[in-house]
Design a protein around this ligand. Structure first.
Ligand code: OGA
Ligand code: MN
Length: 253
């Protein structure tokens, strides 16, 4: 019975990936960087009364009107140092103990949104980690929202990366929250149909991001390859990165 459940679980994870809208793009956006702008303003108010977003972590690469950058800063929130070093270590230990049995996938298939990764899901965390994860859930999701009980654990190898995609609306609701462990990285948002604007976002090690609204639905997101991992002209060293991703239930059709 357990074997059947394990197979069902694997299929579920896999089918969610299949459902993602994948739009590989090979444009070398580095050329546009000289045009990039960052709003020269301080901390930014969000829909969450207790959270202020920091525009420092955003690089508006192209064609962003003030209205669009405003909207992005409302719908994509990045909180640096959300985790302490000891909290990161504690989460890592538990995530590692489960994921070390999984093999990395490296295949460059058209249907693979992620290259150089392994993944699993975990529901029952130890009590210390439960407290940390609750802090994420309470911040990212309003009270009463049905959240997926499993935390998605995604382990990207040092040379792993995520191609542009929008998380399937069939398997995921309106909010996606992610903790970055072990390595900083650059997440890129690209307008889904017009391919413009493009916004790069610095996801520091131990930060939390909360993606919703237009950032969730109207933009693809991706994690850049190590050799393209540049933010505001500075190289962002990529190492193996583990993300813990939280989602809510899909909207009723
Ligand atoms: C995903 C994804 C982003 C991250 O798994 O769909 O976009 O932060 N992950 O790892
Ligand atoms: Mn995604």
């Amino acid at each position: 019975m357990q074997i059947v459940q394990a197979i069902m679980r694997l299929f579920e994870i896999h089918s969610r990936r299949f459902e993602t809208i994948i739009q590989p793009r090979n444009v070398a956006l580095a050329y546009f960087r000289s045009d990039s702008i960052s709003p020269d303003i301080g901390d930014h108010e969000t829909d969450h009364p207790e959270i202020r977003n920091s525009p420092k972590n955003f690089e508006f690469i192209s064609a962003c009107t003030p209205e669009i950058s405003e909207q992005i800063l409302k719908d994509m929130i990045v909180i640096d140092d959300f985790l302490s070093e000891s909290e990161e270590k504690s989460l890592l230990e538990e995530a590692e103990s489960q994921i070390q049995r999984v093999r990395y996938e490296n295949e460059e298939n058209w249907d693979n949104a992620i290259i150089g990764y392994r993944e699993t899901e975990r529901k029952n965390w130890n009590s210390e980690n439960k407290k940390i994860l609750k802090r994420v859930r309470d911040l990212a999701f309003p009270p009463g929202v049905s959240q997926l009980v499993n935390v998605h654990i995604l382990d990207l190898a040092k040379d792993g990366y995520i191609k542009p995609h929008v998380d399937s609306v069939r398997f995921c609701g309106d909010t996606i929250a992610g903790l970055s462990l072990l390595s900083s990285s650059v997440m890129r948002l690209v307008h889904e149909s017009q391919k413009d604007p493009v916004i790069d976002i610095l996801l520091k090690r131990r930060s939390l991001y909360i993606m919703k609204g237009i950032a969730r639905y109207e933009y693809t997101h991706e994690i850049l390859k190590g050799n393209q991992s540049v933010f505001k002209r500075e190289i962002v060293e990529r190492d193996r990165r583990i993300s813990l991703i939280f989602r809510n239930e899909p909207d009723e059709e």
